[in-house]
Design a protein around this ligand. Structure first.
Ligand code: 3NM
Ligand code: MG
Length: 546
C-alpha cells in the first residue's frame, strides 16, 4: 500500500533549489514527513541522473518511502527504485509496464478525461492531475483546471463502471502550498449530490512549497499537520440537523435557534469587518451596531491578519471592483481562512462586466467562503464560473447575455429552479448560498429554506443587500466561531436573515414611515428594537411569530 498523501516532486533548478544540495533538501523533507518522492530532473545527463537517483534512493529506503523517477524508465531499471512517473510526452504507460513489470509503480500526468481514460486503460497505478493552479515551477502546462476542473475528473473516475477507474489513486499538482492545501482538499471532497459520495483525492503533489522553503523539514511537517486536521474555517462540531416531523415543530425549532443566535451576537459583539463599497460604508456600520456587532470598515488587506485574530467575520463586497481591491481581498481571505473566521462573499454586479466576472473567478480561487450571497443573476454568474451545470435549471437566459447594472434583473427562474440552483451550488462549494429576492433562498446543500419576509422598501434603498452581508458576518462569527457553543451555520444565517427581514417589515408598517427615505432610520431602529426585545424581554419575541 502506497501512501500518496504528501507527494514531494523535486526540482534541481537554481530558481527553486538555489545553491543547496538536492539530497540534503529531500532528506529534510523526509524528516518532515513526505510520504513519497519523485525525482524530477529535466536537464542532467544520464550518468548524473543515475548517481543522484541512487543517493536519493538510499535516503528514501532509510525512511521506508518509495522513490519514483520522472520520465526515465532506464533510470528506474538502473537503480531498481519503486517506479516511474510519465508525462503526456513521455513513454506510454503500457510500454513502461512491459519494461518494468507488474510490481513497479507507474504514475501518469493527466489534465483531461481523455488522458485519464488512456492512463486507466493502460493500467497506471496513480494519476497526477493538474495543473490545479498556475505555477512558476512549470510554466508550459497544458491547462489550468482549478478546483472545478479537478472535480470533473474526480467525478468521472468515481462514477465509472470499471473498478480500476473508481479505485484509481489520485494526487493533485500545481500551486499547492501551505495557504491553500486545506481548502483544496476540503472542497475536492464535496459530495456531488447528497446521495452520491465524492471520490476524494489521495494526496497533494508539491514542488516549490517544499523544495524552495528555507526550512523544508518544518514546512513539510506543517503541511502534514494541515492535511490531517480539520480546516479552521469549517465550523466546529455543529449540532446535528434536527429532523422535523411537522411544520409547527420546525417553526418552533427555528424560533429557538434564532433567539439563541441573536443572543450570541449580542453577547459576543463580534467584529464585522467590511471590505465594502463606498456607497454603503456608513449604512453598514449603523446596521452592525444596531444588531449588536462591532463594525470596522477597512479595505486595507495589510491589516486583515490583526483583525482576523479578533474572531469576527469578514464581508467581501465587490461593489468597488478596482484592480487593487483584489490584492487586498486576497490578503484578507488568506488571513480569515487561516484564523477560521467566516467570510461572506457578495459578488455585486458579478455578471455586469467581464472585469467583474474575472474578479469573481479570482476570488473563488483565492479562498473558502462560508457564505456566498447575491441576487438571482449574481448567483447564476457565480454558478457558471464555478463550473456548475445549469442544465435542467435554466432555459430562458442565453449564455452570452449580460446582466444590466447591479440591480436584480427580472426573474426568469421559478422558485423551484432557484432552490435547485442554490442547493447545488452550496453542495458543490461546501458552504452556504443565499439568493436574495422577494423570496430569499438559503441552502447548505442538503437543507434549503425559502424566506418570504421583508418589504419592498428594501429594494428602493441603496445598500440593503450589502448590509444583509454585514448582518450575516456577525451572525456566523458569533455562532460558529467566536463563542464556546457552535450553532449549525445554516441556522445562524437563517436567524440573521429573519432578524433583518422582520425588522424591515416592522419599519415599513410604522406610521412615521412615508417611503424609502423615512424607512432607512426606522429600519435601523427596528433592527435595534428586535434585539432589545429578545435580550430584555424575558422571552417576549412577538416579532418572531410572523
Ligand atoms: N507538473 P508547484 S504542475 C511538475 O500540471 C508539475 O502536470 C504539473 O509545482 C502539471 O508545486 C508542476 O511548485 C509543478 O506549483 C508544480
Ligand atoms: Mg515528462
Amino acid at each position: 500500500m502506497v501512501d500518496y498523501s504528501l507527494y514531494l516532486v523535486t526540482d534541481s533548478t537554481e530558481a527553486i533549489l538555489g545553491k543547496r544540495d538536492l539530497v540534503q533538501v529531500v532528506e529534510q523533507a523526509l524528516e518532515g514527513g513526505v510520504t513519497i518522492v519523485q525525482y524530477r530532473d529535466k536537464t542532467s545527463d544520464t550518468g548524473a541522473l543515475i548517481a543522484t537517483a541512487k543517493a536519493l534512493h538510499k535516503i528514501c529506503l532509510q525512511h521506508k518511502i518509495p522513490l519514483i523517477i520522472n520520465d526515465r524508465v532506464d533510470v528506474v531499471l538502473a537503480i531498481d527504485c519503486e517506479g516511474v512517473h510519465l508525462g503526456q510526452d513521455d513513454m506510454s504507460v503500457a510500454s513502461a509496464r512491459s519494461l518494468l513489470g507488474p510490481s513497479k509503480i507507474i504514475g501518469a500526468t493527466v489534465s483531461s478525461i481523455e488522458e485519464v481514460q488512456v492512463a486507466v486503460d493502460q493500467g497506471a497505478d496513480y494519476l497526477g492531475i493538474g495543473t490545479l493552479y498556475a505555477t512558476q515551477t512549470k510554466k508550459n502546462t497544458k491547462s489550468i483546471l482549478g478546483v472545478n476542473g479537478l472535480r470533473e475528473i474526480l467525478s468521472w473516475l468515481g462514477s465509472h463502471e470499471k473498478k480500476e477507474a473508481r479505485e484509481m489513486k489520485t494526487v493533485v499538482i500545481g500551486g499547492v502550498n501551505l495557504s491553500n492545501v486545506q481548502r483544496v482538499k476540503y472542497q475536492l471532497s464535496a459530495p456531488r449530490t447528497p446521495s452520491v459520495p465524492p471520490k476524494p483525492i489521495d494526496g497533494v503533489a508539491i514542488v516549490s512549497a517544499i523544495m524552495a522553503s528555507p526550512s523544508p523539514k518544518a514546512t513539510t511537517a506543517q503541511l502534514k499537520l494541515l492535511l490531517t486536521t480539520p480546516p479552521p474555517f469549517v465550523p466546529k462540531a455543529p449540532e446535528p440537523h434536527f429532523v422535523f416531523h411537522s411544520p409547527s415543530d420546525e417553526t418552533a425549532a427555528i424560533k429557538t435557534s434564532t433567539i439563541a443566535a441573536l443572543k450570541a451576537v449580542h453577547a459576543h459583539s463580534p467584529l464585522s469587518h467590511n471590505m465594502t463599497n463606498l456607497v454603503v460604508q456608513n449604512f453598514a456600520a449603523s446596521v452592525a451596531l444596531a444588531i449588536g456587532a462591532s463594525p470596522i470598515m477597512s479595505n486595507n488587506g495589510l491589516e486583515a491578519p490583526d483583525l482576523a485574530a479578533l474572531r469576527g467575520g469578514l464581508v467581501i463586497n465587490m461593489g468597488t471592483a478596482v484592480p487593487d481591491a483584489l490584492r487586498n481581498h486576497s490578503l484578507a481571505i488568506a488571513a480569515y481562512n487561516a484564523s477560521g473566521g467566516p467570510i461572506i462573499l457578495d459578488p455585486v454586479g458579478a455578471g455586469a462586466t467581464s472585469a467583474r466576472k474575472d474578479a469573481v473567478a479570482f476570488l473563488l480561487a483565492s479562498g473558502y467562503f462560508s457564505l456566498v450571497k447575491g441576487n438571482e443573476s449574481e448567483i447564476v454568474t457565480v454558478a457558471r464560473i464555478s463550473g456548475l451545470s445549469l442544465e435542467g435549471i435554466r432555459t430562458g437566459m442565453g449564455e452570452g447575455e449580460q446582466q444590466r447594472g447591479v440591480d436584480s434583473s427580472p426573474s426568469s427562474l421559478t422558485l423551484q429552479q432557484k432552490a435547485t440552483l442554490v442547493a447545488r451550488l452550496a453542495l458543490r462549494e461546501r458552504n452556504l448560498v443565499l439568493m436574495t429576492g422577494a423570496t430569499d433562498i438559503l441552502s447548505d446543500g442538503t437543507h434549503t429554506y425559502a424566506i418570504s419576509n421583508g418589504h419592498a422598501y428594501l429594494g428602493l434603498i441603496t445598500g440593503s443587500g450589502c448590509t444583509l452581508g454585514t448582518v450575516l458576518s456577525a451572525y456566523l462569527a458569533a455562532n460558529t466561531h467566536a463563542g464556546p457553543k457552535s450553532l449549525d451555520p445554516l441556522k445562524a444565517a437563517l436567524a440573521g436573515i429573519l432578524h433583518f427581514e422582520i425588522a424591515a417589515e416592522r419599519a415599513a408598517k410604522r406610521s412615521d414611515v412615508k417611503g424609502p427615505g423615512t424607512f432607512v432610520p426606522a429600519f435601523v431602529d427596528e433592527l435595534y428594537l428586535c434585539r432589545r426585545e429578545v435580550v430584555d424581554g424575558e422571552g417576549d419575541v412577538g416579532w418572531l411569530e410572523g
